[in-house]
Ligand binder design. Structure first.
Ligand SMILES: *[C@@H]1O[C@H](CO)[C@@H](O)[C@H](O)[C@H]1NC(C)=O
Ligand SMILES: *[C@@H]1O[C@H](CO)[C@@H](O)[C@H](O)[C@H]1NC(C)=O
Ligand SMILES: *[C@@H]1O[C@H](CO)[C@@H](O)[C@H](O)[C@H]1NC(C)=O
Ligand SMILES: *[C@@H]1O[C@H](CO)[C@@H](O)[C@H](O)[C@H]1NC(C)=O
Ligand SMILES: *[C@@H]1O[C@H](CO)[C@@H](O)[C@H](O)[C@H]1NC(C)=O
Ligand SMILES: *[C@@H]1O[C@H](CO)[C@@H](O)[C@H](O)[C@H]1NC(C)=O
Ligand SMILES: *[C@@H]1O[C@H](CO)[C@@H](O)[C@H](O)[C@H]1NC(C)=O
Ligand SMILES: *[C@@H]1O[C@H](CO)[C@@H](O)[C@H](O)[C@H]1NC(C)=O
Ligand SMILES: *[C@@H]1O[C@H](CO)[C@@H](O)[C@H](O)[C@H]1NC(C)=O
Ligand SMILES: *[C@@H]1O[C@H](CO)[C@@H](O)[C@H](O)[C@H]1NC(C)=O
Ligand SMILES: *[C@@H]1O[C@H](CO)[C@@H](O)[C@H](O)[C@H]1NC(C)=O
Ligand SMILES: *[C@@H]1O[C@H](CO)[C@@H](O)[C@H](O)[C@H]1NC(C)=O
Length: 770
């Protein structure tokens, strides 16, 4: 016991002596620095002159490894710090690295840090630094790393920056820099990383002297305003591993001698410019020896040598959305490390060679909307890492090889709008396949029933082919969000769930299909509805009435539809009353079983859809009974959408086709009152219940009395009362009769009251607008 106490005393004694003698004023310097900054989360609590902790052990402090210990690195990244970056730090004689990234420092560039004589590495990325880069930036002559990225630095980059000759990293990305670049980049002879990306006001040609930087490894100029052509001097970038010039305004062709600068390249991205012309002859192409080896079948799997193909390190190749033409660089297809090839929306021609089998790392290919021709080679099916292959809108022909979906990770295949022929192969191995589009080809034969064995298959588009035979009933096992077989020669009974769950336009153009709601009813027709289980006679009678009603509606529906058969079938039209950045197509794609919320209501299910912005919306899918013209429908929904009351669920927009109407509502996170009160753990104080009751009454009163034109809800029930985060009620599903028409409205509600025995008071009332 005694010895422990003694040693503790001894230890703290040595510590004090240590601090007093050797560390001299370094803790004080740090404390002065701390005094000028704000640290709301108290991350720097260890920075204190009262604690026993040596300052080299304070948060973010690293000291030299040799004695005397002295601060060399200060890493205070991501601590929510703000206030002033004081120059007191420069009294630390050995401070080489200062990282204040990811904080909230709101000030101009701290020029006084240039007094820090040992400072080499300054990182102020992701703060609130504003104002221009001053001419005096030249005072930072000793820096090797300067990172001002992700701030609000603005104005022209001064010429004096050219005197920072020791720079290895210059990152000014994601700022507000403007005008054109000074011509001093040739001075950065040590530069390894140059990042000027995401400065949309930087409108400049790419300085030619960047091509002199033989040490440069990363050149990131994407998403700025660069225009003009890629300098021929770029052939000098022999060390380059990442080149990103995407999303600029570049024109002209690629330097014809680009090849030599590709030896080390891992990522090549010039996508989304206006680049044009042919690719440099023979670029990335396997030359001489490898051709010989392949042709004489001597190739035994060993990776070819750099002298054979200059692009051997390439992993990502992105040239999409330009105006390139001519033959696609053939050698790319068989590179040993290639993972991503994107060339969509250009004018490339050429064929996919069988040697694609050697691209053992290939994951993603997108070459849609070009002029690729030829067959899909057998070798394609041997690439076991491929998960996306999309080559729509090309001139591919011939049969689809049976192994084309053998990759166990394959998820998305789009071969639509080509000239493929033959049958759809049996696909059993690609268990991860989500989307398969073979639309608009010349495929024949039957739809393989083995597709039903692919557990996550959700989007199937076989439209515009010459397929025959029945729709395999097994496909009902899949949770299909899209199943389009329109315009083929299919025949026989359509499985019932495929009729009820999907727009009828996905079946059109197959005169020999039959089933409920289709032009032909099947001869051996059996009702699909299960009457069994309903014990009471009354209920049975109601159900029969319901079936009859549905039939009447369906026949009426068909008659109306067939009268305008030739007009824009399956075309979506949308009206948004709110800036929803979503397309009809996205909506249709998002409306799968996963997004469906709650049980299916009378008029259809509600789907919760996440917009690209992260916002949530609720989309109600209603069958379009076609009871009114598109114009009248639009007018009705617009009227409903204009209702603004705190107790009415806002309609944000709608889209409609001839088959369905999607009503887009604001999303309310607590769901419906009906679902809430059915929950086992339901509890709501009486004050809350009263508030809901009053809110509903106020919403109804507004709708029925104050809004012009007067509008009847006609289906008030707990399921149609939604609750926001504060349990404020909002009525939804109001006046759907105006949208679907009286007949469909009545028959749908009749079917509902058949199994609930509750009847909303407004069901029977018809209000003529005054
Ligand atoms: C510790 O620092 C505070 C203010 O930073 C100062 O007032 C106090 O005298 C210092 N105490 C010691 C023991 O140095
Ligand atoms: C820092 O803390 C570690 C463990 O807590 C200790 O071993 C080391 O001696 C301390 N360094 C200094 C300089 O006090
Ligand atoms: C910074 O503060 C914000 C709110 O003030 C908080 O949400 C965030 O988690 C904090 N970050 C860190 C790293 O403490
Ligand atoms: C720290 O700086 C001092 C003064 O410049 C110098 O004498 C000493 O060698 C440096 N220590 C280390 C480990 O670099
Ligand atoms: C930065 O500080 C200025 C005033 O100095 C203030 O107007 C501005 O709102 C601050 N910026 C942020 C993002 O806090
Ligand atoms: C600066 O810090 C950020 C945040 O940690 C980091 O992502 C970035 O790579 C650093 N910059 C340099 C040049 O090291
Ligand atoms: C660039 O380097 C040259 C030669 O070393 C020098 O004369 C010139 O001043 C430098 N440019 C700038 C802007 O510092
Ligand atoms: C590209 O250049 C054209 C004219 O040269 C200009 O109108 C357009 O705004 C530029 N686009 C971008 C993204 O800079
Ligand atoms: C492939 O051929 C090379 C050279 O002919 C030889 O060195 C290597 O062992 C062979 N590899 C295999 C797997 O046969
Ligand atoms: C690669 O090619 C060079 C000549 O260009 C040769 O010296 C070297 O031996 C080759 N390496 C292999 C592994 O074949
Ligand atoms: C195909 O690419 C051309 C430009 O090459 C573009 O104008 C057109 O819109 C693209 N078509 C589709 C369907 O994306
Ligand atoms: C479909 O087959 C018929 C004959 O069976 C043929 O006339 C027609 O051209 C084919 N259509 C397509 C798109 O291949």
């Amino acid at each position: 016991m005694a010895s422990t106490t003694t040693s503790t005393v001894f230890l703290s004694l040595t510590f004090s002596i240590f601090i007093l003698c050797s560390a001299s004023s370094e803790p004080d310097i740090l404390l002065t620095f701390k005094a000028s900054i704000e640290d709301p989360m108290n991350y720097l609590s260890s920075w204190s002159n009262t604690s026993d902790t040596h300052h080299c052990n304070w948060t973010g402090v690293t000291c030299t490894t040799s004695l005397p210990l002295s601060v060399s690195i200060l890493n205070l990244q991501n601590l929510n710090l703000s206030g002033e970056i004081s120059s007191s730090l420069c009294q630390l004689p050995n401070l080489t690295h200062l990282n204040l990234a990811d904080n909230l420092f709101n000030q101009t560039i701290p020029l006084h840090l240039s007094q820090c004589s040992s400072l080499e590495n300054l990182n102020l990325s992701n703060n609130l630094i504003w104002g221009p880069i001053p001419d005096q930036i030249s005072q930072f002559g000793s820096l090797t790393v300067l990172d001002f990225s992700r701030n609000h630095v603005e104005g022209k980059i001064p010429e004096s920056i050219g005197s920072l000759k020791n720079l290895q990293v210059l990152n000014l990305g994601s700022n507000l820099l403007s005008s054109s670049l000074p011509l001093v980049f040739g001075n950065f002879t040590e530069l390894v990383v140059l990042d000027l990306s995401q400065n949309s006001f930087l409108v400049s040609e790419i300085p030619t002297d960047i091509g002199k930087l033989g040490t440069l490894q990363h050149l990131l100029l994407q998403s700025s305003g660069f225009y003009g052509s890629i300098p021929e001097s770029f052939v000098g970038l022999l060390g380059l591993t990442i080149l990103d010039l995407s999303q600029n305004n570049l024109t002209g062709g690629l330097p014809q001698t680009l090849g030599s600068s590709l030896t080390n390249l891992v990522s090549f991205d010039v996508s989304q410019n206006k680049l044009s012309g042919l690719f440099p002859d023979g670029i990335c192409n396997a030359k001489g020896l490898i051709n010989l080896v392949l042709h004489t079948n001597l190739f035994n799997g060993s990776i070819p040598n750099n002298s054979i193909n200059e692009c051997l390190n390439l992993e990502r190749f992105q040239v999409q959305n330009n105006v390139f033409s001519g033959d696609f660089p053939n050698g790319l297809w068989s590179l040993p490390k290639i993972k991503l090839i994107r060339a969509e929306n250009n004018g490339f021609s050429g064929e996919i060679p069988d040697s694609i089998s050697m691209a053992a790392q290939l994951e993603q290919v997108q070459i849609d909307n070009n002029s690729f021709s030829g067959m899909i080679p057998q070798g394609f099916g041997m690439v076991m890492s491929l998960y996306r292959f999309s080559a729509s809108l090309n001139r591919l022909y011939g049969e689809i090889p049976p192994n084309f979906c053998d990759s166990p990770v394959m998820s998305i295949i789009n071969l639509s709008h080509n000239s493929l022929s033959g049958r759809i192969p049996e696909l059993r191995k690609c268990k991860k396949l989500v989307s398969l589009s073979l639309a608009d080809n010349s495929l024949v034969g039957e739809i393989p029933s083995s597709l039903a064995e692919l557990p996550v298959l959700t989007y199937l588009d076989f439209s515009d082919n010459n397929l025959t035979g029945p729709i395999p009933p097994e496909l009902q096992n899949l949770k299909l969000a899209l199943f389009n077989v329109s315009f083929n020669h299919l025949s026989g009974r359509v499985p019932s769930s495929l009729i009820s769950g999907l727009p009828a336009s996905f079946l059109q153009g197959n005169p020999d299909l039959c089933g409920l709601g289709l032009p032909n009813s099947c001869s051996d027709s059996k009702p699909d509805h299960k009457v069994a289980g309903l014990s009471k006679l009354a209920c049975a009678l109601i159900s029969i009435a319901l079936v009859v009603a549905i039939l009447i509606v369906a026949v009426g529906f068909y008659l109306i539809r067939s009268s305008k058969r030739k007009s824009e079938m399956g075309i979506w039209r949308s009206v948004f009353f709110y800036p929803l950045r979503v397309t009809e197509h996205d909506l249709v794609m998002a409306m799968d079983d996963k997004s469906a919320a709650g049980s299916s209501g009378v008029f259809g299910r509600v789907h919760i859809v996440t917009l690209p912005s992260g916002e949530l919306i609720a989309v109600k899918k209603i069958l379009n009974f076609g009871s009114q013209s598109s114009k009248a429908l639009k007018a009705e929904i617009k009227t409903l959408a204009k209702i603004r009351h705190k107790n009415i669920n806002k309609i944000l927009g709608f889209c409609h086709s001839d088959d369905s109407i999607f009503l887009i509502y604001e999303y309310l996170q607590r769901g419906s009152l009906g679902d809430l009160i059915r929950r086992l753990d339901f509890s709501l104080p009486w004050s809350g219940r009263l508030r809901i009751a009053i809110g509903v009454a106020q919403g109804l009163a507004y709708l029925h009395k104050d809004y012009v034109p007067r509008t009847l809800h006609r289906n008030v029930k707990s399921k149609n009362v939604l609750l926001d985060a504060d349990f404020e009620p909002k009525l939804t599903d109001f006046a759907l009769d105006r949208i679907v028409g009286e007949t469909a409205f009545q028959s749908s509600l009749a079917s509902e009251s058949a199994d609930s025995c509750y009847m909303a008071p407004g069901i029977g009332s018809l209000l003529k607008n005054s």
